[in-house]
Design a protein around this ligand. Structure first.
Ligand code: SAH
Ligand code: SF4
Length: 427
């Protein structure tokens, strides 16, 4: 479990990092005095029920039932909770709500990718993307509104960090996607599919893979740096992985980090999901420029943390993401150095080559298709898988690094401070 020197909850502390605008983790009631239950684990739901007047035993029982309805069946009203005695349902509805992020806009790409513009209860916009493939469907989930870091090729990086998303807002994205896709286990939306697949409510986590569902995988690759919002991301993913919750296997969840080295071990220990690392460069100079967190945690430190990542093995490889930027990081020599580094640290690795997705005012261009192929071949020839990721949803600005909402610009002073390599402070 957790390193005992670290607080189990409360605002996350990163050595040398000023955690920007942390969200109060206390439960905040809505304006009408009711409390949103989404994002809370069983024991917190039980505590609220006890506070509202149930005795401890009843609170625990009702919390278990409500938890199942919320996260496993996806109901959005207490009336649907048929195993809860009838008079209790309005009692619950007077005190509690079952929230979802508000949908401001939903867009569909020509390639089937969907993007949703979502809004928090306090009026901040963020995005979520769903990418359907023949054999899987991947939901790309955001962890923050904006980002403190400012990777030079990333559109989100030009936003300031507005705030961390709460566990409810993070798990709420997955729940909303299931609502939209009509994919709750039987009883809610899709009795037919679940019955066809012989699914039963008590199936274990990970059972929803080969049953024709659209949403099979989750990647924490939307807006924000998930390891700078560790507690909330962990608490949300626990609900996603809970067998009586959304019941998605940890093997189908990938968290992508730009390289927040001090939080990587805890990610493996406390969440246990697959790791993706935004490497993007093989020399300190280039990585300092394009992924500025490198000035704090260099390539050597990062790759050592990858080598130590709990749970990584040849069966569960770490993904190294590498954005292809013309004349910046795409030479044969870069490819050979990448191979050398991965071998040196004995990493169970696969490399994901991402053609750079342009956005207005971006300071880079994408490498040519020939260059990308050559780079990929060099890595492949060394025995490391290096597929080129097909850009998806470019026409609706849903591709990697294109997410950005409203005019949440970093202040000039903020950008300059970051460029000077100081603390990742809010701009
Ligand atoms: N903040 C996390 C996760 C979100 S970004 C991280 O940086 O890892 C998801 C991936 O998209 C990262 O690998 C990121 O570097 C990459 N990316 C960002 N901007 C991009 C762009 N314009 N084109 C292609 N990939 C980009
Ligand atoms: Fe933030 Fe990731 Fe974009 Fe870098 S690539 S600015 S860490 S969202």
């Amino acid at each position: 479990m957790a390193d005992t020197n670290l607080p189990a909850s409360g605002p996350m502390q990163i050595p040398g990092h000023i955690d920007p605008l942390p969200v109060a983790r206390a439960i905040t009631p809505r304006a009408d005095g009711r409390t949103d239950l989404i994002g809370l684990p069983r024991q917190d739901i039980a505590a609220l029920f006890a506070q509202a007047g149930l005795d401890a035993r009843a609170a625990k029982l009702r919390a278990k039932q409500v938890f199942h309805w919320l996260y496993h069946r996806g109901v959005t009203g207490f009336e649907a909770m048929t195993d809860i005695v009838r008079p209790m349902r309005p009692w619950l509805a007077e005190r509690f709500v079952i929230g979802r992020p508000e949908v401001v806009e939903a867009q569909l790409s020509v390639d089937g990718t969907r993007k949703w513009l979502l809004r928090t209860a306090d009026g901040h916009d963020f995005e979520m993307v769903f990418i359907p493939d023949a054999d899987r469907g991947t939901l790309c989930v955001s962890s923050q509104v904006g980002c403190t870091l400012n990777c030079r090729f990333c559109h989100t990086g030009t936003m300031r960090l507005v705030r961390n998303l709460t566990p409810g807002e993070i798990v709420g994205q997955v729940m909303l996607a299931r609502d939209s896709l009509g994919e709750w286990p039987k009883g809610a939306n899709d009795t037919r599919l679940a019955t066809m697949a012989g699914l039963d409510d008590d199936e274990d986590a990970g059972s929803y893979s080969a049953d024709g569902r659209l949403l099979t995988n989750i990647v924490m690759m939307g807006m924000g740096e998930p390891l700078y919002n560790f507690d909330n991301v962990r608490d949300a993913l626990k609900l996603v992985m809970d067998g009586d919750g959304l019941a998605l296997s940890k093997r189908r969840i990938t968290l992508s980090t730009s390289g927040v080295v001090p939080m990587m071990a805890r990610c493996g220990e406390e969440i246990g999901v697959n790791l993706a690392v935004s490497l993007h460069a093989v020399t300190g100079d280039v990585r300092d420029e394009i992924v500025p967190i490198n000035r704090k945690f260099g390539i050597g430190q990062l790759l050592q943390a990858c080598a130590d990542y709990p749970g990584a093995s040849n069966a569960r490889r770490i993904t190294f993401e590498y954005v292809m930027l013309k004349d910046k990081n795409d030479s044969d020599e870069d490819a050979r150095e990448l191979v050398r580094l991965l071998r040196h640290y004995k990493l169970p690795a696969k490399v994901n080559l991402i053609p750079f997705n342009p956005w207005p005012g971006a300071p880079y261009e994408c490498s040519t298709p020939e260059r990308i192929r050559r780079f990929s071949d060099i890595v492949f020839e060394a025995g490391i898988s290096a597929p080129v990721r097909t850009p998806r949803g470019r026409d609706i600005d849903a591709a990697c690094g294109q997410l950005k909402t409203a005019a949440e610009k970093k202040s000039r002073a903020g950008r300059e401070r970051l460029a000077a390599g100081d603390e990742a402070a809010p701009g």
